[in-house]
Structure formats: structure tokens, C-alpha cells
Design a protein. Structure first.
Length: 128
């Protein structure tokens, strides 16, 4: 795996949001799982953060998300604090991990044998 880290906040003080990160990902037929979420939702959002956190804790291996639902979810997140998203290729192998830790940095792990995930991770790393 190749690892990239970028600060969660730009020099200007603006936060790198989950939506910002996912805009750098191109849909590739990957399946997605949300393994961890701690954060806040936007005021105008219907996202129930406490319910989501409980559902993730109750799951064995995270919550499955379609690409479209994941993008909508990211638009509802105001501040990601601790988040872990995992993308799996068609063969079921983990190809990409997107994490934010303690609202301080984004950590992107990419399967170095998968050119699409390496290209995606490299694009995300340029947000920093």
C-alpha cells in the first residue's frame, strides 16, 4: 500500500471536507464501506449522526454504501472528525482507504498494484 497524508486544514484555515476529498474520486465500479464515523452534520441536513455512529458500531464490518449515497452523505457532513472509508475492487480486494484522524489530517492508502487507486490517491493528496 502507498500512503499519503494531507493536513485537514489548508494554510488559509479552510477545512478539507469529505465532499472535497470524494470529488477527487472517479466512480470505478468499486464497492464502498463506511467503517467509522465521528463528525457533525450540516444544520440543514437530515443526517442523524448519532444513529449512524450506532449503526456502524453495531455492524461487523462497516456499512455498505453506493457511490451515489456516499456522495450525498459527504455533502451532509459539516466536519469529519474520525472517518474510515474503504473501497473494494471487483475482485473484493481493498484498493483504497480514506481516513481522517482527529480532524487533523487525511490519510489515504492505495493498493500500489491498482493503477486507478494510485491515481485517485495522488489526486486526493494534491488537496493538501
Amino acid at each position: 500500500m502507498i500512503e499519503f497524508r494531507i493536513p485537514a486544514f489548508r494554510v488559509s484555515g479552510e477545512m478539507v471536507s469529505l465532499a472535497d476529498v470524494l470529488r477527487e474520486v472517479r466512480p470505478r465500479g468499486w464497492s464502498w464501506r463506511l467503517h467509522n464515523f465521528e463528525g457533525t452534520s450540516k444544520l440543514e441536513s437530515n443526517l442523524n449522526v448519532l444513529e449512524l455512529e450506532e449503526n456502524i458500531r453495531a455492524s461487523v464490518d462497516g456499512i455498505s454504501c453506493s457511490w451515489e449515497n456516499l456522495r450525498r452523505f459527504a455533502d451532509d457532513v459539516d466536519q469529519p472528525i474520525d472517518v474510515s472509508l474503504v473501497a473494494f475492487g471487483e475482485d473484493g480486494r481493498c484498493v483504497l482507504v480514506i481516513e481522517v484522524r482527529d480532524s487533523t489530517y487525511w490519510r489515504i492508502l492505495s493498493d500500489q498494484s491498482d493503477a486507478n487507486s494510485v491515481e485517485t490517491a495522488t489526486r486526493i493528496s494534491r488537496l493538501g
